[in-house]
Design a protein around this ligand. Structure first.
Ligand code: NAD
Length: 470
């Protein structure tokens, strides 16, 4: 883990702007305007219009920032949010309804409810790899829960940031939702403000900065971080489909996916068979020269390109390995004979390089994984139910897909989030609504005369009765 960066003093302009913005949004939230079901529906409708009408702009920006293939952008950025908006609109009325829960004898006669109330002002800070989705998907939860929000898209994906800044205030209630573009100075200025929730997606180093800033105001945080997500392949796995699915999940967005399979632990008995199939799958998907493939993205930044190229120095390449800094291209690469202490195994790879490590058994794979920080995702390819359960029970991870990669992220009924070093809190579907709501416990008592048992003067006979009831 790199050293924490010192938080610089933000530019005075950025600080003044952040202070004014928060005061304005706070005033709007306090007016109560964002609390009604009607307002929430209006914002969800507006967001869906934005997504459908500006889809072209969004796809173009993603192409410019990441060379993101249109199908990948549609699936993982735009249409994923459309699905979330539609689900939220369908369910919101029932999610907002006070939930009646059991009342114990001691509080009788009375009725107990959980009310969901908006938190207030929320700050959403997004990274560059899914620069549209990571900014706008949490917004669905924030708006559906009746909050005001500020989005801080990543400056590392400037075209997408500009599209977000251009369209969000035009479609949504600009008194309630604002976008602040910029980098460290602007984010630091925002982090100095008092928020009611901060939702941060990105790396753990900045996650720590966010949490520290939030602690000054006792602001709760959701941290959607990353890490090295392992993939286990055992000797019973269906190797044809495992190979294709791993290759697909790894090289989608050129490996710049928080839940990409970071490395593969394969049973030594099927190591060669899996490796050969994965090499063939790369050729099948991206052709003999993946550089020419319109379906393979580019690395976001020169700095990341250089970091990834360094990981290839001296590596044992099964396929790929070519780089071209002028295009920020790294070929889809599979590495063999990788050791646990190799450089490529030290930090999240976050690029199109897939190390494959041979292990003697599922138990050895589990032990390997448990020597690392808890990952955001973990995959297991096996047709053996017992092995599947042993992997789930023997490890901890933010989420898991069995016999595929990262599809659990697209299931809105499942919470999506990390554990330990891969983050805290979760969202998607109802979990987003809950993340941006406060669950307020409400007991409604009747005005019938109280039994005298718990009131002074206390007496032994009262205590005897209380012991029976409690
Ligand atoms: P990034 O560099 O774009 O940073 C994320 C945000 O933090 C940006 O908005 C940036 O302006 C802000 N920031 C950067 N430095 C800061 C500082 N010193 N102070 C305050 N704010 C600062 O993106 P990144 O962190 O490189 O993103 C990649 C990481 O995000 C990977 O580790 C990946 O696994 C993780 N990720 C996680 C998820 C998830 O859902 N769990 C999704 C996408 C990415």
């Amino acid at each position: 883990m790199p050293e924490l960066q010192l938080v610089p003093t933000p530019h005075t302009d950025a600080q003044a702007h952040a202070t004014r913005l928060v005061a304005r949004l706070r005033g709007h939230f306090d007016s109560g305007a964002t609390k009604s079901l009607r307002w929430r529906f209006s914002q969800l409708d507006a967001l869906e219009h934005l997504l459908m009408e500006r889809e072209g702009d969004i796809l173009e920006a993603l192409q410019k920032d990441l060379g993101k293939p249109e199908t990948e952008a549609l699936l993982s950025e735009v249409r994923m949010i459309v699905g979330e908006v539609r689900l939220t609109r369908k369910k919101l009325r029932s999610w907002m309804k006070p939930e009646r829960v059991r009342t114990p004898l001691v509080a009788m006669p009375g009725r107990s409810y959980i009310y969901r109330e908006p938190l207030g002002l929320v700050l959403i800070i997004a990274p560059w790899n899914y620069p549209f989705q990571t900014a706008v998907l949490p917004l669905v939860g924030a708006l559906s829960a009746g909050n005001c929000a500020v989005l801080k898209p990543s400056e590392v994906a400037p075209h997408t940031s500009a599209v977000i800044a251009k369209w969000i205030p035009k479609y949504l209630d600009a008194e309630a939702v604002q976008v602040v573009e910029g980098g460290v100075a602007e984010t630091t200025a925002l982090l100095r403000q008092k928020w009611d929730h901060i939702f941060y997606t990105g790396n753990g180093t900045v996650g720590r900065i966010v949490m520290e800033a939030a602690s000054k105001h006792l602001t709760p945080v959701t941290l959607e971080l990353g890490g090295k997500s392992p993939t286990i392949v055992d000797e019973t796995a269906h190797l044809d489909s495992a190979a294709k699915r791993i290759v697909y999940g790894k090289f989608f967005n050129a490996g710049q996916t928080c839940v990409a399979p970071d490395y593969v632990l394969v049973d030594e008995r099927v190591h060669d068979a899996l490796l050969n199939r994965m090499v063939s799958a790369v050729r099948e998907f991206y052709g003999d020269d993946p550089k020419q493939s319109p379906d393979f993205a580019r690395i976001i930044h020169d700095r990341h390109h250089a970091r990834l190229a360094r990981l290839l120095d001296g590596a044992d390449v099964a396929t790929g390995g070519e780089t071209d800094a002028s295009e920020r291209y790294i070929a889809p690469t599979i590495l063999k004979n990788v050791k646990e202490d190799d450089e490529v195994m030290k930090e999240e790879i976050f690029g199109p390089i897939l190390p494959v490590i041979s292990v003697p058994s599922v138990r050895a794979a589990i032990a390997f994984i448990n020597r690392q920080p808890k990952p955001l995702a973990l995959y297991c390819f096996s047709t053996n139910r017992e092995a599947q359960e042993a992997v789930i029970e023997g490890t901890s991870a933010g989420g898991t897909t069995i016999n595929h990669v990262w599809l659990h992220v697209g299931v809105p009924t499942l919470p999506f989030g990390g554990v330990g070093e891969s983050g805290m809190g979760a969202y998607h579907g109802r979990h987003s609504f809950e993340t941006f709501s406060h669950q307020r416990g409400v007991l409604k008592k009747s005005t019938l005369k109280d039994p005298p048992l718990m009131f002074p003067p206390y007496a032994p006979w009262k205590q005897r009765w209380l012991k029976r009831i409690l």
